[in-house]
Design a protein around this ligand. Structure first.
Ligand SMILES: N[C@@H](CCC(=O)N[C@@H](CS)C(=O)NCC(=O)O)C(=O)O
Length: 204
C-alpha cells in the first residue's frame, strides 16, 4: 500500500471529496492542513503552487479531481463501464463548477456579510438550485447516481450539498427530498459517519 499525504488548507473546499473517498476505502493517509501563515513557504515546495496535492510515496499528484478519481479507482468507486464512468465524471465536474461559482459569490463584495448575501440570493437560486432540482428528480428514480452501486459521484453529491458551510441548509434541502435522503444515506455509511464524527470542525 503506497504512503499517502493529502495537503490542503484547514478547510473542506476542494479536498473534502478525496477525504471522504479515503475514509470510505479505509485508506490510511496523513491529512496535512497548512495554516495560512505557513502557506507562502509551503507553496514553494509544491510543483503547481496549488492545493490540494496528494503525495504518493513522496511523488506529487496535483489537481483535486485527478486526485479524487485516482483514490476512487483504488476504492472501487469508479464504474468499469466507460460511459457510466463518464457520467460520474460529468457529475463531479458539475460540482466542481459549483465550488468555483460559490467561492466567487462568497468572496464578492466588501464584507463577509456581502458574501453571504451573494451566496444566498445569487449563487443558491441561480447556480445551485437548477442542479439540485435535476439531481432530486434523478435520485428519486435511482438507488445510486449511476451503475446500481455506489460511486464517487454519490460521495461528491453528499460531501458538497450536505454541508451547511457551502450554503446548503436543511431547510433548503427540504425542497429536494430525494436529494436530502440521498445525502443522509451516504452520510450514514459507517466509514463516512466515522469520518464526520472525527474530522476537524471548519468554517468552510
Ligand atoms: N483546479 C485546481 C484548483 C486548485 C486551486 O486553485 N487551489 C487553491 C485552493 S482551493 C489554492 O491552492 N490557492 C492558494 C494559492 O493559489 O496560492 C484543483 O481543482 O485542484
Amino acid at each position: 500500500m503506497p504512503e499517502y499525504k493529502l495537503v490542503y488548507f484547514n478547510a473542506k473546499g476542494r479536498a473534502e471529496l478525496t477525504r471522504w473517498i479515503l475514509a470510505y476505502g479505509g485508506t490510511a493517509y496523513t491529512d496535512e492542513r497548512v495554516e495560512l501563515e505557513n502557506w507562502p513557504e509551503r507553496k514553494k515546495t509544491i510543483m503547481t503552487g496549488k492545493v490540494p496535492m496528494l503525495e504518493i510515496d513522496g511523488k506529487q499528484l496535483p489537481q483535486s479531481l485527478a486526485i479524487a478519481r485516482y483514490v476512487a479507482k483504488k476504492a472501487g468507486l469508479v464504474p468499469e463501464d466507460a460511459l457510466r464512468a463518464a457520467y460520474c465524471d460529468a457529475l463531479v465536474d458539475t460540482v466542481s463548477d459549483l465550488i468555483t461559482e460559490g467561492h466567487k459569490a462568497k468572496t464578492s463584495g466588501k464584507s463577509e456579510e456581502d458574501g453571504k448575501k451573494a451566496v444566498r440570493e445569487e449563487f443558491i437560486p441561480n447556480h445551485a438550485e437548477p442542479v439540485m432540482e435535476r439531481l432530486n428528480k434523478h435520485l428519486g428514480e435511482k438507488e445510486w447516481y449511476t451503475s446500481g452501486k455506489i460511486t464517487w459521484a454519490d460521495l461528491s453529491i453528499a460531501s458538497y450539498f450536505g454541508e451547511e458551510t457551502n450554503g446548503f441548509s436543511s431547510k433548503l434541502l427540504d425542497k429536494y427530498p430525494a436529494l436530502k435522503a440521498h445525502i443522509q444515506k451516504v452520510r450514514n455509511l459507517p466509514k463516512i459517519k466515522e469520518w464526520l464524527a472525527k474530522r476537524p470542525v471548519t468554517s468552510m
